[in-house]
Design a binder for this molecule. Structure first.
Ligand code: ADP
Ligand code: MG
Ligand code: MG
Length: 251
């Protein structure tokens, strides 16, 4: 069953057209990587799929498990199980990470028509996931992401994903700012979320993340379009040769 299917998508930000006819299909259970130079439109793709305001879809289609994604608002997309992990996670002063997590989880359950999670069940589950991600429970009592290191923020993102159990994950440069040890912890956490029912789109500028999160397919995004798709070996070719040879293709 096809999870995410995007066809000929065009997206503008402030009158500037950034995605120019992007097509891509990610079946359930597969991990696809999107690689491309800075400014290619990688983050724009993630934002447009998540329904962020100001990202105007001007053409094309995107469906998620057969349902039109683009006519849903941000909350409906999240309720449908789409999760976007930002390149720069938000800081929320005054709201302890634990409170944020529980609120997010219950909001999602409400949207899905499910009962709220009980406090003991919530804490049990957080403890379990936090331990696997080497996150100290004390850190979760602090305001979300405020003063967290880059690596702590990324681990926090993976904790959110693991708690919310999304049906489809979009990771935008989850590797940026991570040292090797943090990269391993984060990658292990993401890999633990791989399942036959869950698709993932892993956006990355660098190949090294894909040593840890092995993609089924790699797509090259240049100037708003997918210009080439291939197996994991494509990421290694890009690492060795850069994007130059594709810049002409996109023009
Ligand atoms: P990537 O993630 O591949 O580095 P982005 O999707 O962030 O690329 O950006 C794609 C293009 O869109 C860039 O040229 C960027 O300057 C432009 N862009 C992004 N946000 C805005 C904005 N708010 N207004 C105008 N242009 C923008
Ligand atoms: Mg960028
Ligand atoms: Mg980006």
């Amino acid at each position: 069953m096809t999870a995410l299917s995007i066809s000929n998508l065009t997206v503008s930000v402030d009158t500037k057209t950034i995605l120019k006819g992007l097509s891509l299909t990610v079946p359930n259970g597969e991990v696809h990587a999107i690689m491309g130079p800075n400014g290619a439109g990688k983050s724009t793709l993630g934002y447009a799929l998540a329904g962020r305001p100001n990202y105007a879809v001007t053409g094309g289609t995107a469906t998620f498990n057969g349902e039109d994604l683009l006519d849903k608002d941000v909350h409906e997309r999240a309720a449908a199980g789409l999760y976007l992990s930002f390149q720069y996670p938000l800081e929320i002063p005054g709201v302890p990470a634990l409170t944020f997590l529980r609120t997010a989880l219950n909001a999602q359950k409400k949207l899905r028509g499910e009962d709220e999670v009980s406090a003991p069940d919530f804490l049990r589950r957080v403890r379990e996931v936090a331990k696997s991600l080497k996150i100290d429970m004390d850190m979760l009592k602090r305001p979300l992401n405020v003063g967290f290191s880059g690596g702590e923020k990324k681990r926090m993102e993976v904790l959110q994903m693991a708690m919310l159990e999304p049906k489809f994950l979009i990771l935008d440069e989850t590797d940026s700012g991570l040292d090797i040890d943090a990269l391993k912890v984060v990658s292990d956490g993401v890999n633990a979320l791989r399942s036959p029912e869950r698709g993932m789109l892993v956006i990355t500028h660098y190949q090294r993340l894909l040593d840890h999160i092995k993609p089924d397919q790699v797509h090259v995004l240049v100037a708003g379009r997918i210009v080439k798709s291939g197996g994991p070996e494509l990421a290694l070719e890009l690492e060795a040769r850069g994007y130059d040879e594709y810049l002409g293709v996109a023009a």
